[in-house]
Write a protein of this length. Structure first.
Length: 704
């Protein structure tokens, strides 16, 4: 029979009553932590690789601070130092309960298995502190020999309430919801967990910026102030606002400066992003001399964190009155990141700029700014910067409601207005190459074919009368416009998009109208759309609404009608970029001089605020904005942005090659190219059969 050794038991429990080991966090990580390197290999943690994390790490053990905030780009080594390094210090030097909060439950599980478990396994000092009992080492909960409890969770009220933890670490904070289960922001909830421990408690949050700047016209009042926006940047502003400074390596200068993207040079006149990034270097803002990328590691080793109000001279002497705060906040930008090259940063940013110029999309530009530059994104919103007068001044003379040279096809968009002034608001836009477009027509369909007792046409009622929707066929889908030449040819409407929402009854009648179009084949050129903006959604989501299980719904959707949900914030960003252009070319919008001031007031009726587009007033009309966005969405769906203009599809060919044009007084004919296989229309079934719009039309349809 084997008996326990009293001496071993005594040594085993001694750590639970031992005095804290007074050692800086970075020193403890360097001495006790090993970093896994694939398989069973590991190396000691090396502070010299990312020396800028040493000061933030050491602040985690200082009682003068309640929290540490670190703002930085990806590939900085911040997770390795601020999470795993801090955990090492906690377990070895000052054991106490700790909570690590990852973005989601899945990410928490991944972090536990790939980072924490591996670190504990390959670091001898940490490994021997694990409990020998199997049930004490779970994915989300780990108990150590001395009773220390580690929780690895995700942002939820169950994780961030009730329990007390001396140490709380929040990762990737700007990807969290701003309101956790309706109880408040994550940082406030997390910091409450540490209040029981008073000055010995500590909360840490790290992230690259993820929220847009609230006010694009903001200018800093102090050198280290960050723009006004939610998330990690807001927490940084509450702290003592430290920024990283490098010392110029040229002996005749030796002045300190901030390593930011604006100090890059050598890429300005290159023909493409790859060539530009290959030649990038940095210029000292004091002596204007060149600094090359191979010098980055040495510059980081000598880097200095300065608080708001402090200055440093060429001899390294720090002066000034530092900002006071219970939060130690740090913000570094992309050029100092240890694990990303300057060439990669410049290439990604210039590529994102090119995409913005071509498409008007700011998605990639925002991602690069946030995660590679480590900066909050300031939206390039042209609509709220363009005035009515500026847009009107760009109007061009020409024949009214005529298709000018350059237009390849027409898109009609319809907004449904209800109430006393019910109507269909119709806008016709002609598209040329690379997003260049012309406003061709704008009109209202106000009156139905129904008459009152006196024989006067009644106002249309899209919500009450399904037959009123048939006016869209005659007054929109079958409409054609004269070309601006002497040929007498006309150009028909290629695609039509219509908003399906509004007052009760509109959606139901919209579905019925689409089903009627299917009996004639016109549904292939007609799209029902709905704004459903979400920060995480795709630009366009195809859905087939089915509410057959809900008898209370007035709009009878059987899953047979495709509805396209649009990410309106992204689409409005693209429109904004187009309006910002003041010279003809890709994405430029041409306006005819017969439009009234009312139209331009609609185009300037919204501003971007807190990452979302909102109307400047409740009564402001914004139909022009919505209608432009509907058109852009449908063309993205049809692959317009991928067209090779030396061999475009039939419907986008030049006038003399386009078979869809109508000669003289010919009637509207089926647009090329028709389906090779005729599909027999079927009445909708309940529950719906699988009637996938895109897959059906793709079969035998070359014009798609």
């Amino acid at each position: 029979m084997n008996y326990a050794d009293v001496t071993k038991i005594r040594l085993d429990i001694a750590s639970s009553i031992a005095a804290p080991l007074r050692m800086p966090v970075a020193d403890a990580a360097e001495k006790f932590m090993r970093v896994p390197k694939g398989g069973s290999n590991s190396i000691p943690w090396d502070a010299s690789l990312a020396p800028y994390v040493i000061e933030p790490m050491n602040c985690l053990a200082l009682r003068e601070y309640d929290a540490v905030i670190f703002v930085g780009p990806a590939r900085t080594g911040k997770t390795n130092g601020l999470i795993e390094g801090w955990l090492t210090h906690v377990l070895v030097c000052d054991p106490s309960d700790m909570l690590i909060v990852q973005l989601t439950e899945e990410k928490a599980r991944e972090f536990s298995k790939k980072r924490v478990d591996r670190c504990l396994r390959v670091s001898p000092e940490l490994n021997k502190r694990l409990s020998p009992f199997r049930n004490d080492n779970n994915v989300h909960d780990k108990i150590f020999r001395d009773g220390t409890y580690l929780k690895i969770g995700w942002p939820s009220i169950n994780v961030l309430s009730s329990s007390d933890y001396r140490y709380v670490a929040l990762t990737d904070y700007d990807r969290w919801d701003t309101d956790i289960d309706g109880e408040g922001d994550g940082f406030s909830l997390a910091s409450k967990r540490t209040t029981t421990f008073m000055s010995s408690g500590m909360t840490m949050a790290e992230s690259s910026p993820g929220f847009d700047v609230d006010d694009p016209r903001w200018r800093p009042k102090t050198p280290h102030e960050a723009p006004p926006c939610e998330g990690i940047i807001s927490l940084y502003n509450q702290g003592d606002r430290r920024k990283l400074y490098w010392q110029c390596p040229h002996a005749e200068c030796n002045e300190y400066f901030q390593p930011v993207y604006e100090t890059f040079a050598g890429y300005e006149n290159a023909p493409d992003a790859k060539t530009a990034s290959d030649g990038v270097y940095m210029v000292c803002p004091h002596c204007k001399k060149r600094i090359d990328s191979h010098q980055k590691r040495g510059l980081n080793k000598k880097g200095e964190w300065l608080k708001e109000g402090q200055k440093i001279d060429k001899h390294g002497v720090v002066t000034g009155h530092a900002r006071k705060s219970r939060i130690a906040s740090f913000w570094m930008e992309g050029p100092a990141a240890a694990f990303q090259t300057w060439q990669q940063i410049v290439y990604k940013f210039l590529s994102a700029e090119e995409e913005y110029e071509l498409t008007g999309s700011q998605t990639k530009l925002k991602a690069v700014t946030n995660t590679d530059l480590g900066k909050p994104y300031i939206p390039r919103s042209g609509v709220d910067n363009c005035t009515v007068e500026e847009l009107m001044a760009r109007a061009e003379p020409g024949l009214k409601r005529t298709v000018p040279q350059g237009v390849r096809f027409l898109v009609a968009t319809i907004d449904v207005q209800g109430g006393r002034n019910s109507r269909f608001v119709v806008q016709i836009v002609g598209y040329g190459q690379s997003g260049e477009r012309w406003l061709i027509d704008r009109y209202n369909i106000k009156y139905s074919t129904r008459c009152d007792d006196d024989g006067v046409a009644e106002r249309i009622n899209p919500a009450g009368y399904a037959e009123d929707w048939d006016l869209i066929i005659s007054d929109v889908i079958h409409k054609a416009y004269k070309l601006d030449d002497d040929s007498g040819r006309r150009m028909p409407i290629q695609f039509t998009a219509c908003d399906h929402g509004g007052e009760d009854g509109v959606s139901d009648n919209a579905y019925k109208f689409y089903r009627r179009l299917k009996t004639t084949g016109l549904h292939r050129r007609f799209f029902l759309v709905k704004g459903a903006s979400s920060l995480n959604s795709k630009i366009i989501n195809q859905t087939f609404p089915d509410n057959t299980n809900n008898s209370a719904r007035k709009a009878k959707a059987y899953g047979d009608v495709p509805l396209y949900l649009l990410q309106t914030n992204e689409l409005k960003d693209r429109l904004s970029a187009s309006l910002e252009r003041d010279q003809a070319g890709p994405n430029y919008i041409h306006f005819p001089d017969w439009l009234g001031e009312w139209f331009y007031e609609e185009l300037t009726a919204e501003v971007r605020n807190n990452g979302k587009w909102t109307k400047i007033s409740v009564r402001a009309r914004n139909e022009a904005i919505d209608l432009f966005c509907y058109a852009n969405a449908i063309l993205l769906l049809k692959g317009y942005d991928k067209i090779k203009w030396d061999s475009p599809p039939v419907w986008a060919k030049a006038w003399d090659e386009n078979p869809n044009l109508i000669n003289g007084h010919e009637s509207i004919k089926p647009l090329r190219e028709p389906l090779k296989k005729q599909i027999t229309p079927q009445k909708p079934k309940s529950p719906a059969t699988n009637n996938n719009f895109l897959s059906n039309t793709n079969k035998g349809s070359s014009w798609l």
